[in-house]
Design a protein around this ligand. Sequence first.
Ligand code: RUG
Length: 863
Amino acid sequence: IDNIIPLHCRKVWSKHQVKKFEDNEGFQQRFIGHVETTLARSLYNCDDLAAYEATSLSVRDNLIINWNATQQRITARDPKRVYYLSLEFLMGRALDNALINMEVEKPDGKGMESSRALVSKSLDDLGFRLEDVLEKEPDAALGNGGLGRLAACFVDSMATQNIPAWGYGLRYEYGIFAQKIIDGYQVETPDYWLNFGDPWEIERNEIHVPVTFYGYVDRPSGDTSTLAPSEWIGGERVLAVAYDFPVPGYKTSTVNNLRLWKAKPTTEFDFAKFNSGDYKNSVDQQQRAESITAVLYPNDNFNQGKELRLKQQYFWCAASLHDIIRRFKKSHKPWSEFPEQVAIQLNDTHPTLAVVELQRILVDMEKLDWHAAWDIVVKTFSYTNHTVMQEALEKWPVGLFGKLLPRHLEIIYDVNWFFLKEVEKKFPKDLGLLGRVSIIEEASPERQIRMAFLAIVGSHKVNGVAELHSELIKTTIFQDFVKVYGEKKFTNVTNGITPRRWLKQANPKLAELIGQAIDDPDENYLLDMSRLTELAKKADDPDFQEKWDKVKAANKVQLADLIRDINNGVDIIDREHINNTLFDIQVKRIHEYKRQQMNIFGVIYRYLAIKRLLKEGASIKEVAKKYPRKASIFGGKSAPGYYMAKLIIKLINSVAEVVNNDKEIQDLLKVVFIPDYNVSKAEIIIPASDLSEHISTAGTEASGTSNMKFVMNGGLIIGTVDGANVEITREIGEDNIFLFGNLSENVEELRYNHQFHEAEMPTELDVVLKCIESGKFCPDNASEFRPLTDSIKQHGDYYLVSDDFESYLATQELVDEVYHGQRQEWIKKSILSVANVGFFSSDRCIEEYSETIWNVEPVKPEE
Ligand code: RUG
């Protein structure tokens, strides 16, 4: 502004400074203004969608004012900043979250409160219901599952804790596909979430970064060493345009930024092609640019190795680094201070190219000495690993990589060369070790770049996402790196979730009840979840237990409504018995390692057992004693190309068809598959659970985060000793969780045994598999589910279903006993679990990252 606006004009500027709305009147003025001018509508054609847009724009105005203040404050103080690079941000809806996080003055002028009530009342006066308006917002589903949602929780917590932090990602035109279930099968349809535009995004056409691909490398100095500054003459250029999304903190005026990049063609037009008459091709090439950010790859925990994906990764890393460096340069500090000003977190290996890009910029463009540059790089980056599963670890064939990014390939070879030299010096006789830790894998038919290894070498800290997982990476996939670097480089930050969305927004009744119980009606505990321990005092109080149970019952009714809606208005779950029906829920990506197949086998076992008892002459009442009412609820998407996962979905739906239509069992058992599981549905499903299933083969689920969400909402867990289940048990107490199954240390041996011995099938599982094979659930195609049963019987049962099935069933029996036989005991467990769930707030994660990895401090707004 100093340079642009003359002094005498500034008074006029400040006279008209935009103010935030603070009361009904103010909101309504804003709202009508947006309806009439921004949306060019009128009172007579303002429907719920327009009302949603106008409400969002009005709220966004307030956030932008706070956003500007936050950015100015940070620029003035120039602290160390964090950049969280994630290829996925599974944000869900923004409006309700913004209303909860953003505060306005209380009507009595005594302090602040969330703006939700004010906006609700204002909308009411204007003829709209907030609930209907909120429903109009599509989910921003720019992620696959846990990894993307973790990034979303983290940006919420970073803003809440006033950490100067930005998220960087991609603005996909198509988020994760919408899942339809047709005849029991998953069918994918495109999720064009931007259909009606997105009122939350701020398009910044003025912030555009050219990004280069292909081409060749030249060394103008004539120096042939690849360590010398080089020039990369690119073959294709696209523009990265910035789109900003405000991220408001809770009970603070800090609003951070999430910057997502969209690919656009450069304005440079290929006149050579055009003049030679190839007009169509010259336009095609321009259009190809946009395909880079067209679609999110729909794989969870699986590396597909496609060129377009690598293009996405480089495009995003190059644009983000350019932006970060531009900001750093404003402070005119020497490069050696870069790591004191900038911390970059790699969310998985997806952004590892940023490591190489920074080295390229420092050496080739800023002309720093190779080693000085590398020192800066390593001090800047840190890497989070989210999996030990081989199929999920990213590798790129050297040929493909070198064609797209020739200079980066040279740099990787050099980084590897220096790294291996260091290893050789430390372990001179261990040739095997060199091969094992090399960033380049000598694979056939082609060498591969191991991105996780590159991320480790290029970072100063590597963390896993739960204690068990962080130990496992040290003893399995990164074992050799522990030998090379020592233990200290490897650390753990157990995942967490934001209690604002996953308690306050998803379950307002429970949040309120907790606030009353711990004498905190303003719900400040959402900033310090350790305060929940005060709830424990109430765990035995029958009055409180009753209130607690009522909240759960109301949430179950909401879920039953959702299930009725997706079932064309017909109830599946008996309304009269909702509070007497155990809601047993497994919602997450469908994956063999997560073992939804074991869950549905358990359901089949139960169904067959009920039928057998009835056949033996037992009355329905007698049967209900052993197998009381239960609704088994599933939800989740399979990667489109994942055959076995899709078959699991079909099996669940086929079982539902048989069980739900069997009049003889009289509603004792119901099976539901909720299509298109997403963040908004999770917000309805999770608060309604009595029991949720987190039953991965031990050692396969790095952490899991839905386990934390369910516990925070008063649901109990049935789970294996895996991922964060371990720490959940430690925090809430082993009496309050239903654990079962083999431990991770036994997995290798069990798998080994399966290879050499005929699989020993427990009788219960044998009965189930035979029933499936008989065609009971697919009479028209009896062998349809054969691949599922064969994977256990014939193909080594890699996920150890046969080893865990008996203890799974036994534990389910225990669940029934407590839920139906000792309801007060159950409610007590539920209260105690919530009382001790505080550790899993993502605020705690951000504190740990800030202190132990990023070395950053909050920048608080002035009081
Ligand atoms: O599978 C893991 C989850 O266990 C974990 O909770 C989540 C967040 O840390 O990340 C998931 N994940 C791992 N998603 N993708 C990967 C591997 O790329």
